[in-house]
Design a binder for this molecule. Structure first.
Ligand code: ARG
Length: 594
């Protein structure tokens, strides 16, 4: 029986099991204790509880009393004592202590920890509580047709997909939208190139590359020759005015590119609910600008239409241009029309834009413009830095070309396949699938394990290494958990049906440490959306894998007996499920063998 169909999954829906995060439970209890002790916290603040920095003192800690004592000019330890006296956590904690200058340290009780693990194992959410649902549009990837797809689009695709998966997992209503750049001045050059230079065979073979060639060739020619530039401009005007021939060529360019993009997205396992490119909003632009003028949100300035933000010091001298003096519309105009659609038709409460840092000003402007219009959606520009080559300079592929997503993926798969090729006991077909899983997983993980705002160095050797904080290491940890259950194949235990004791028994520190790590999955997943940081989940999974390896070294599983064996099997099973689920949230697949 395969892992996917094993016993507990079948009974999951029938049981209504609820799990909570220890961190938020402790926070809530602290809040009550502050109230009971008559200590008031500053307006709008809550006590904070974090994972203990030093686990010798406990599992969680709070330093709220220290900050507060400073403000109240009292002794922090005495304040902590007052809070501790009023605190009721007997059902959760085995010990609460006041340490150092006034830390409150919490050690979870084995019963509470055990109950969490046993419940988590039997729920689809693996112990992660759901959030109050919101309707979130995630705008990511969004390459430009017939223009090079650069590394920024790779980062956006991988980060955006992960954020959408996490939000869905937490119970939000998520709509993914690929706002393709399918309308813009580049089409003047493409149309001219199409009519004079098109190589049909090349177009057939690799449309994105052929369109890019046309664009580059004409772009160079237009720079050198004013007459070519004029022709391109005329082609563009014709297109914008609805000329049938130009529209037909444009449509073909877009369709061919989309077909090829879809192949790449399928390879990546990335899915969009909508592909509403910039062109979808063409008809909405003129009325939108008129409406903004009529409502005095926009005004005419030197023949152009602008939105001014005079009362915002950061934008006071940076008006948002929405119609040029020649009547042309801009990127910002399209984005405002797009917001209308997302709010009015999809009822979005939140819109996240996963786009590189250079567009920061653009997003500040359109968010401010939207708020000026009275729209109340919550906006987020999830920005990111650049990917650098191993030499610290701009990233290029082996062939030295500007880097494209397809080349990166193909090279990753090829390199991973070379590693897998040396493995014994796997069929060629298995090797190919594993190579693909690991190659793509490695590229995604290298991205997601970074702080998105810092530039990072792209290194094939590092990302494909079986050691360290990499996808191959994590996938291998998963494979090791599965190997145990494969040895039990044919028995109920092999199918994950483990006779659970009423309470897990912890005989070795490594067992309890692993149970603690597993319980923290709940917190790690929620933390991702606090500041849009997939690296928090990646790092959590890495810690889980290392904790598991330590457990595996210290605690024989199959040769143990009774409740100890059941406890260990349950820990292995939940580790397996959390690794698969967590990697899945990063958009990374697992494999049963490698
Ligand atoms: N096509 C744009 C670019 O490549 C990104 C679009 C991002 N989304 C948006 N709604 N502006 O720079």
């Amino acid at each position: 029986m395969s892992h996917l169909t094993h016993g507990p999954h079948l009974t999951r829906c029938a049981q209504r099991l609820t799990t909570r995060m220890f961190r938020s439970q402790l926070t809530a209890r602290l809040l009550t204790a502050f109230e009971k002790a008559g200590i008031s916290l500053p307006e709008g603040t809550r006590p904070t509880v974090v994972l203990a920095a030093d686990t010798r003192y406990g599992d969680y800690q709070s330093n709220t009393c220290m900050g507060l004592a400073k403000q109240l000019k009292t002794n922090p330890r005495a304040l902590a004592q007052q809070v501790a006296d009023a605190l009721d956590v007997s059902d959760l904690c085995a010990k609460v202590s006041i340490d150092g200058p006034g830390f409150l340290n919490f050690t979870l009780g084995d019963a509470a920890l055990s109950a969490h693990v046993l419940t988590a194992r039997r729920t689809d959410q693996l112990g992660v509580p759901t959030a109050t649902p919101r309707t979130i549009v995630v705008d990511f990837s969004a390459p430009n047709i017939a223009k090079p797809m650069h590394v920024g689009h790779i980062r956006s695709t991988i980060i955006g997909d992960c954020l959408a998966r996490v939000a869905r997992f937490l119970g939000h209503h998520v709509i993914t939208d690929n706002h393709i750049g399918d309308w813009g001045t580049q089409f003047g050059m493409i149309l001219h190139g199409w009519k004079t230079l098109l190589d049909e065979a090349a177009l057939e073979k690799d449309p994105i590359a052929e369109l890019l060639r046309l664009y580059k060739t004409v772009n160079a020619a237009a720079k050198a020759d004013e007459a070519v530039m004029t022709t391109c401009r005329e082609e563009l005007v014709q297109l914008q005015q609805g000329d049938a021939e130009n529209l037909a060529i444009w449509r073909r360019c877009v369709d061919l590119s989309l077909d090829q993009l879809r192949v790449i997205y399928a390879k990546l396992g990335v899915r969009f609910d909508h592909y509403l490119g910039e062109s979808s909003y063409n008809d909405a632009l003129a009325p939108l600008v008129e409406n903004l003028l009529a409502s005095h949100i926009a005004e005419i300035s030197e023949g152009a239409v602008c939105i001014f933000f005079r009362d915002d010091p950061t934008l006071a001298d940076k008006p948002c241009l929405i119609r040029k003096s020649d009547g042309g519309f801009l990127y910002a105009t399209t984005d405002l029309a797009t917001i209308d659609h997302r709010i009015n038709v999809w009822h979005a409460t939140d819109i996240w834009y996963v786009v590189g840092s250079p567009q920061e000003l653009h997003f500040k402007q359109i968010f401010a413009a939207s708020h000026k219009r009275g729209q109340t959606a919550s906006f987020q520009h999830v920005a990111f830095g650049s990917i650098l080559g191993p030499d610290g300079k701009m990233f290029r592929t082996r062939s030295g070309e500007s880097v494209g997503l397809i080349e990166v993926l193909d090279e990753a798969i090829e390199r991973a396949a070379a590693v897998v090729a040396e493995r014994e006991g796997l069929s060629d077909e298995e090797k190919a699938t594993i190579g693909e899983t690991i190659g793509i997983g490695a590229v995604k993980y290298a991205e997601l394990s970074q702080n998105r705002l810092t530039d990072y160095k792209f290194s094939w050797d590092k990302m494909l290494s079986l050691q360290g904080n990499t996808a191959p290491y994590l996938i291998n940890a998963y494979v090791r958990t599965r190997a145990i259950f494969r040895k039990l194949e044919g028995t109920p235990e092999g199918a994950g049906e483990i006779e659970a004791p009423a309470q897990l028994v912890f005989t070795e520190p490594a067992e309890r440490a692993l149970a603690m790590k597993l319980a923290q999955y709940a917190e790690a997943v929620h933390d991702v959306l606090d500041d849009f940081r997939p690296n928090l989940l990646a790092n959590y999974l890495y810690e889980l894998a290392t904790t598991y390896h330590a457990f595996y070294e210290a605690c024989p599983v199959l040769s143990s007996q009774g409740d100890i064996r059941a406890t260990r099997l349950i820990l292995c099973d939940l580790t397996s499920q959390v690794l698969k689920s967590g990697l899945g949230l990063l958009g990374i697949q697992t494999t049963e063998r490698m």
